[in-house]
Write a protein of this length. Structure first.
Length: 276
């Protein structure tokens, strides 16, 4: 049976059982599939069995893959290069699929069978000749595929400077990044405005640094939060947010108050968002 149909059938059985009087039920513990399906229906699951990751070959996405594995999830990673496929193939629990996130059917095919999706796609500062950037087109493909396949849990990683956090970004920085930020913001709007039945979370990191994880980074609802954050810390927060019941339909900035940042010369502090 198709995995989606199996989960839906199990979800229906689990939900029906929840409304059956106790006197008429056999006291048998639900199977793992039934329990997982019921958690997804009720929004009470602490983790996801199989997670699709777009952008899993490098940067934040690559570290996300490792952290998901450490949490016991299987990972399907869409990557562009044969080298990335070779590296990820050596990791138990990872199914790497070579393909281009700019192609919708590739994304949909790779995601089929997953119960959650994380996208960290981003393409740099220069727009290609056709005007299409992965920051919007690739991310939009992930969002659309999730909607078509019934993958209701999606975490989209964008950037401080998008949407309501625009004013937090120093003008000189925004001017350099404005085209990329506009593309990422378009993806945010698609997810938040048109996928109202989806359990989505948007995470906007500050300036990314490739250093060891500090463990001091936070998520915050403060739209004026600004600062730097290590990629490893972003990945950790993304995976924590994925399984947190409190992050549904939340847009959160990610910064590390322990790191000095030229973008935060005033030493602004923000209240941390409680994930637990």
């Amino acid at each position: 049976m198709n995995p989606i149909k199996l989960v839906l059938a199990a979800a229906g059985l689990a939900v029906a059982s929840a409304f059956t009087p106790t006197a008429f039920t056999n006291r048998v513990a639900p199977s793992p599939v039934q329990r997982s399906a019921l958690y997804m229906v009720q929004g009470q699951g602490d983790s996801y069995k199989k997670v699709f990751v777009a952008g899993g070959s490098k940067g934040v996405g690559r570290i996300v893959v490792d952290k998901l594995l450490a949490d016991g999830s299987e990972v399907v990673a869409l990557v562009r290069s044969a080298e990335a496929v070779g590296e990820l193939s050596s990791l138990k629990g990872v199914t790497p699929i070579q393909g281009d996130a700019m192609d919708y059917k590739t994304v949909e095919g790779a995601m089929d069978g997953c119960d959650a999706a994380i996208t960290t796609l981003g393409g740099g500062h220069d727009a290609p000749e056709d005007g299409k950037m992965v920051d919007y087109t690739g991310n939009n493909n992930v969002i659309e595929a999730a909607g078509i396949l019934g993958v209701t849990r999606v975490v989209l990683v964008t950037s401080i400077g998008c949407g309501s956090s625009k004013e937090a970004t120093p003008p000189s920085v925004y001017e350099v990044l404005k085209d990329v930020l506009a593309q990422k913001e378009k993806a945010e709007k698609v997810l938040s405005r048109y996928y109202t039945n989806m359990n989505w979370t948007i995470i906007r990191p500050g300036g990314l640094v490739s250093e060891a994880e500090t463990g001091q980074a936070i998520l915050t609802e403060d739209t004026m939060a600004i600062g730097s954050i290590h990629r490893a810390d972003v990945a950790g927060l993304v995976v924590q947010a994925l399984s947190s019941k409190k992050t549904e339909k939340k847009i959160l900035s990610a910064v590390d108050p322990s790191i000095a940042s030229a973008a935060n010369t005033e030493g602004r502090t923000s209240e941390a968002f409680a994930l637990a």
